[in-house]
Design a protein around this ligand. Sequence first.
Ligand code: NAD
Ligand code: TYD
Length: 347
Amino acid sequence: MNLLITGGAGFIGSHVVRRFVQNYPNYHIYNLDALTYAGNLENLKDIEDFPNYHFIKGDIVDEPFINDLFVKIDFDGVIHLAAESHVDRSIEDPLAFVRTNVIGTVNLLNAAKKLWSNSYVKKRFYHVSTDEVYGSLGKEGLFTETSLYNPNSPYSASKASSDHFVRAYGETYGLPFGISNCSNNYGPYHFPEKLIPLFINNIIERKSLPVYGDGKYTRDWLFVEDHAMAIDLVFHKGKNHETYNIGGFNEWQNIDLVKLLCKVMDKKLNRREGESEKLIAYVKDRPGHDLRYAIDASKINKELGWKPSVTFEEGLERTVDWYLSNSEWLNHVTSGDYKEYYKKMYS
Ligand code: NAD
Ligand code: TYD
């Protein structure tokens, strides 16, 4: 099996690449990544010498490059994760999200359609997406696979668009596909622009913790290795032309999560109880901020037997431990451009 994984140097992608390289020694795993600010080969140091692992630097927006790649390598499957992934950045620069998330995805679909059309039965195009395409829930209810698409941010609009293109290539050209829509992930190698790693880094540095609005926004958190396990199952056993929702059954209001994180960090850093909580600062809200995301993951549970293996308390502690023992990684990703980004977004 020649398997193309796009975005494998990013947060979730690196966990997916690691899992496949380690668990499937007979597969050739090709990690295609443009190494944007979010892509980092340090995330894959432990597996880079495995004989079944191959890295290709390249941009999915580059159409001739993508076509050539599909001619050169007869891929049996694609797991597509490459994306611009941060809502706040999408508010600053929506076009970057259209380029990678929409045009990049369509380039991959076109190459697969062209090269695979005589052998569709043996192929699979798997698109990794987000629950944010469904928009916002009120206080009640859960997103299911049949919830209406109602994206509110340029990020979620671009992901919704890419989901629609994948489905359309399935319906129009018969391309075999799968899609999964997952809730917020957390864990090791998470770039510190997203809530949990940003706040871990700020607590270490005793910097303020910028909570948007009243902090009552709710997210459903899933440990990243459990997402990688779900992706493995959907890729191998998921039904053709189907969508699976993936979530942690684990809802937290931001402010409660931040207070728990402060408590865990105070203990780990031998600080006085309550010290980190003093860093909390309520700041201007994110425009178009979705109130609540929560996933009904019963379809993947019933059909494929998947459920999260890690409790939130366990996952959060493992995550904090990882950041505290990987200060070199953290220092590398928070130097240079990151400082400019932080100043622009938070000063
Ligand atoms: P990330 O930002 O950490 O990583 C994205 C990766 O894609 C990086 O390695 C980057 O270099 C690469 N990339 C970006 N543009 C590229 C391009 N034009 N060509 C090739 N590579 C490019 O993102 P993540 O958090 O790991 O998310 C991965 C996927 O999972 C995304 O599609 C995202 O929408 C989806 N997702 C993320 C979450 C989450 O909580 N992070 C939840 C559900 C779904
Ligand atoms: P984030 O990690 O950006 O993920 P998403 O927007 O995709 O859900 O944000 C998670 C929640 O935390 C979201 O409600 C916005 C909030 N948030 C803050 O309050 N402060 C911050 O500095 C960041 C980055 C996020």
